[in-house]
Write a protein that binds this ligand. Structure first.
Ligand code: TYD
Ligand code: MG
Length: 453
């Protein structure tokens, strides 16, 4: 073996340098550059069984390219299919990120067990026994599922040639290493090389690969941003560990929209698909309490009814506190300022807490109107009438602005048995013969007087 070669990598963005420096030129972060051992000779490769099968790529006219082969592979999981845009595209590389313990391994193991394809689940984190124990909790038969505990890519490729799976799952990219690079697993150069090998493998064989990636404390996928650029699809599994609901989002998707959302419930027996999320996101209680309002929101193409809770109380300390879960704190401050200035509610000396139930976070501005209603209801200590819900954005002058796809929001509210929905007067509603009462409001004052007289 030749002399050990080293290089310097920014641990944040993955930029490579010949020598150490304090600040990364490319992402401008300080103290992120670290030395890693690399070995450049005899560059790593995924070798197919016979080298003749390797076709040299040559340019084709765009209408000569056969697009019929882009058939999606059904995962037998409605939520995952939707988030991926209809199933797995053969030959694609999917990265699933999420905090430790959120359920990434559970989700992918469960999917491997259900898949109608021969699947190889490679784990560098748990032993075959541990995986088996987990699989038994999930209790689905897994005739097509092979489990391998291995971390070296060359060995993984050898097993792949033997088993010939149709889908490969890797748990996790941070545990993999290739023998052509000397750095330890989880370092930038290892992550980059092993991902590149997997991409080469996926593109040449048309076998899709799903990678699990850990997330660092600040919410990025551990390792270089480069990883996210290299793969075709980046999914994020998120949720509050104290809540049972988990959200699957797509942050990047070369083969579909990134607006879709999948919702799961973590049970003792694995993850359950939640196909009608509105029902679970509204807490069922006997008496109507003040400070809660229901918003009709959209996540991707899917309408969703969510419950917003507000608590307004006199501040005990000098500076009033404002705190939110699942809602943008700056936006709450904006709404409080609008309420104070445009509608004359004295909230300046009050603590305001805002919570979206179910532990999910929403950035659809159409929930503003429900936020206003919840705050006013808590402030006045008068519950909002039963069966009421809201869809509207609040503007800086206190006007209620129209929202997109209002018809869909109204339909969802109607479907779930709401009696009245408040929407902006400026919204064009093309729905006809709906049973739900549509109250058109133009200003915050209109809402306040309608609700509290
Ligand atoms: P895991 O998939 O190991 O998380 P990750 O791979 O993202 O680190 O999830 C572990 C958590 O899920 C753990 O806290 C236990 C819980 N869990 C259940 O509640 N039910 C189950 O059926 C399984 C398998 C796990
Ligand atoms: Mg795991």
């Amino acid at each position: 073996m030749s002399k050990v070669k080293t290089s310097f990598f920014c641990q944040n963005c993955g930029a490579q340098y010949a020598k150490w420096q304090g600040q990364c030129n490319s992402c401008k972060e300080w103290n992120t550059i670290a030395e890693e051992i690399i070995q450049k000779e005899e560059k790593s490769v995924w070798k197919s069984a016979s080298s003749e099968t390797k076709k040299n790529s040559k340019p084709l006219k765009i209408n000569e390219i056969d697009s019929t082969q882009e058939v999606r592979m059904d995962t037998r999981d409605g939520e995952l299919n939707r988030v991926l845009g209809g199933g797995i595209v053969p030959g694609s590389l999917i990265l699933l990120g999420g905090e430790p313990g959120i359920g990434k391994s559970t989700l992918l193991l469960q999917i491997s067990l259900k898949l109608p394809y021969k699947t190889l689940y490679v784990s560098g984190e748990e032993s075959q026994k541990q995986i088996k124990m987990r699989a038994e909790r999930i209790t689905t038969n897994g005739d097509n599922c092979y489990i391998l505990t291995e971390t070296k890519t060359q060995n993984i490729f050898r097993q792949i040639q033997e088993i010939e799976p149709e889908i490969v799952i890797i748990d996790s990219i941070q545990t993999l290493h290739t023998e052509y690079i000397e750095a330890s697993p989880g370092t930038i150069s290892q992550i980059r090389e092993t991902t590149a090998e997997l991409i080469k493998f996926a593109k040449e064989t048309n076998i899709p690969v799903i990678l699990i990636g850990h997330i660092t404390k600040d919410g990025n996928i551990a390792g270089p941003k480069i990883l996210e650029h290299m793969v075709d699809t980046v999914l994020q599994f998120e949720g509050d560990r104290n809540h049972v609901y988990r959200i699957l989002r797509s942050l990047k998707n070369r083969f579909g929209s990134t607006a879709e959302l999948g919702i799961y419930e973590m049970l003792g027996s694995g993850l359950r698909e939640v196909s009608n999320p509105s029902e679970i996101l509204i807490s069922h209680k006997d008496a109507t309490l003040s400070g809660t309002a229901i918003a009709s929101t959209l996540e991707g193409m899917r309408p969703l009814m969510i419950e917003i809770q507000a608590l307004v109380s006199t501040a005990v300390y000098g500076t009033p506190q404002r705190s939110t879960t699942g809602y943008n704190a700056k936006r709450l401050n904006m709404i409080l300022a609008v309420l104070e200035k445009r509608a004359g509610f004295r909230l300046g000396t009050k603590d305001v807490f805002l919570n979206i139930t179910g532990g999910i976070s929403i950035d659809d501005p159409a929930i503003d109107l429900a936020v206003v209603a919840a705050i006013l209801s808590s402030n006045e200590d008068i519950p909002i009438g039963e069966g009421y819900c809201f869809a509207g954005e609040v503007g800086l002058s206190g006007e209620i602005r129209p929202v997109n796809r209002v018809d869909q929001r109204i339909q969802e509210a109607e479907k779930l048995g709401f009696s009245t929905i408040f929407v902006s007067k400026y919204n064009k509603i093309s729905l006809k013969n709906s049973f739900i009462k549509i109250r058109l409001v133009a200003k915050i004052e209109d809402v306040a007087s309608e609700l509290f007289g």
